[in-house]
Write a protein that binds this ligand. Sequence first.
Ligand code: AMP
Length: 509
Amino acid sequence: MSKSVIEYLENSAVMFPEKIAVADDKSSMTYKELLCYSKNIAAALLPYVKQGQAVPVYMEKSCMALAAFLGIATVGCFYVLLDHSYPIDRINSIIHTLDANMMIVDEKSAKKQEKLGFEGNVLKIEELIQYTASKEEYVQLETIREQALDIDPLYAIFTSGSTGVPKGVIVNHRSVIDFIDCFTKQFGISSDDIIGNQAPFDFDVSVKDIYSSLKCGATIQIIPKSLFSFPAILLDYLDNNHVTTLIWAVSALCIVTRLNGFDYKKPSNINKVIFSGEVMPIKHLNLWRAAYPDAMFVNVYGPTEITCNCTYYIVDRAFELDETLPIGKPFPNERVFLLDEKDELITQQDCHKIGEICVSGTSVTLGYYNNKEKTSEAFVQNPLNNKYIEIIYRTGDLGYYNEKKELCFSSRKDFQIKHNGHRIELGEIDAAINAADGVARACCIYDEKKQFIIGFYEGESDKKAITHALLAKLPKFMLPQEFVKVDAMPVTKNGKIDRKQLMEKYDEK
Ligand code: AMP
């Protein structure tokens, strides 16, 4: 059994040396090249790193970014992709959490990086890739590999945190290998596949693209983000690059159907459509199925904290617009179960009884990096097991079993939302508004129908000033679409802001 994901790359480089491993809109790398580049990068990093440390990668998704990830993994460290478009404060908060003393940039991002005021070593990928490793360095890399464990971290992905500080989910090689082995088998991904990568590299949907492809000797075709604003160009790109497999966020699939993309073209090679991230609207699923009647459609579910997904449902029947698409059943080697309010088990016989979705298994991640408090809130001992250590992840998602004993997603227990595909803690926006000058108290609510974040606030400030303050702290996708000034926040009996009343007042307007 593999101990490191680097074995996926090495095996595929032996089996398919000249095959394209990864391509973007400007360049491509064969398996042989990708392996060679990742070794060069690893060797070049040797003087700068200690095994187990974080290496942030501040660049756009590309072949080079993937080579950087694999180089970092080869030298026994873990990677963290930092999004260019994030405000400097947010990037610096992530760097602080990681305690990072170095980072990798590319030519394009070097200028932006200077604005961060980062004091550690900054290395350029274009130079790292050109490095030629010496014999001694190869020996050093081999020793690092021998000493590495499969529980060592591979990457961290930062998600919105309710207290205002992003949380870094830290994931080891074992969890990825455990999941990817099942994922590729279950959906028959093979070396014939060309996987059209939609997800940014700091979303764990991309983990499925990257490691499924490396494991099977397939090709990852990176799709530039900008194409998702132009469905016709996007569909041409998929067709011209012979993409067979889409492992996409629901919101990305819906862009194609919302803009009637299939009236223009149906790319001819698509045979697998695997989607996740939020509830798939049946209307859009049906349009996709009509365009690809022979393709396999799969609804996969799970948060970043359990490594990509823990349940799947292969769409096997027709769905009416008012029906719920199940999230299905657990992947092999994952235990997914429902706990009621008293932490008692809800069984498949308890049809439609709602409980919190909890997950146990090898793919449960290592928690939140450098954040014991938040880790211990969600990664807990299984309350059904008081005999030995069994850490489960409490997802905060509510679910139930339908008549067919399939698991279904219902809603959230807390104030986490999905907005245009982004996972957001409304509490993080509250904290940022509260910190703005001229705001006494703030509270955000999500209007599901309009897909609007509404920021309610008490104070002298106005929309322009608050937006200006937020832009320095939050990514653009977290900005409220509307601000409502209130004289006084309505409160519940126990003194908490009464969100229901706020929303009612808003609806009356
Ligand atoms: P992320 O960590 O960004 O992948 O977001 C995970 C959250 O997205 C989950 O906790 C759910 O609330 C939601 N989610 C993921 N997949 C699905 C799905 N197939 N159906 C409904 N909600 C989903």
